[in-house]
Design a protein. Structure first.
Length: 199
């Protein structure tokens, strides 16, 4: 007898629900069934919002003397990943044929796509986690600097070292109090842009 994966998943889920309901402690199971029926952009919006909420750990860090680089890196990674996922969501919402998956974790490429697909002033957004270069710098100099970059932000802050085990190039720092306004702006921009796109 062959059991389809859907039937098997349903059976496992049903047994797990029964176990949870009979457990002595109070649990509230959440499952992907909350979003499974949603279109891809809506699923991505859901994740972008959750990554950003998780980055709110930053709000507690200024008060904690034990704040470490690892704490800061996790906040930066979650914020950068929220930005990446939000860009993919909004691009797919407007242009379902957009090749967001080919961009990988490249926020700068996704931000450039965003400018192409959202030229209207009401969609203006200063996308964070992009490298800024001084005015007058040649395309060749910019390309040379970009070639030195080890990884995009959502990867760079995710791991303490490169795949080879070597440290990342450059020096990195994080100051929680000064990053809070960035998080607040991200929340506001996500809400504003998503509201306009939904109209």
């Amino acid at each position: 007898m062959v059991i389809s994966p859907d039937v098997l998943c349903f059976e496992i889920f049903t047994r797990l629900q029964r176990f949870v309901s009979e457990a002595p402690m109070s649990w509230r199971m959440v499952t992907d069934s909350e979003i499974r029926h949603l279109p891809v952009p809506e699923k991505l919006f859901s994740y972008a919002d959750s990554y950003l909420r998780a980055a709110a750990l930053c709000e507690r860090l200024p008060k904690e003397a034990s704040c470490t680089w690892a704490d800061g890196a996790v906040v930066l990674m979650l914020s950068a990943h929220a930005t990446e996922v939000f860009l993919k969501a909004v691009l797919l919402k407007r242009a379902p044929e957009a090749t967001v998956w080919a961009r990988g974790h490249d926020i700068e490429a996704l931000a450039a796509d965003y400018l192409v697909h959202f030229p209207e002033p009401e969609f203006s957004w200063e996308v964070p986690f992009k490298t800024e270069y001084p005015d007058g710098m040649s395309d060749g100099d910019i390309a040379a600097l970009k070639s030195l970059r080890d990884a995009p932000p959502s990867i760079l802050y995710r791991y303490p070292v490169q795949k080879s085990g070597a440290d990342w190039s450059g020096l990195y720092g994080f100051e929680p109090s000064s990053f809070l306004p960035v998080l607040e702006r991200l929340r506001d921009d996500f809400k504003r842009i998503r509201g306009i796109v939904a109209e």
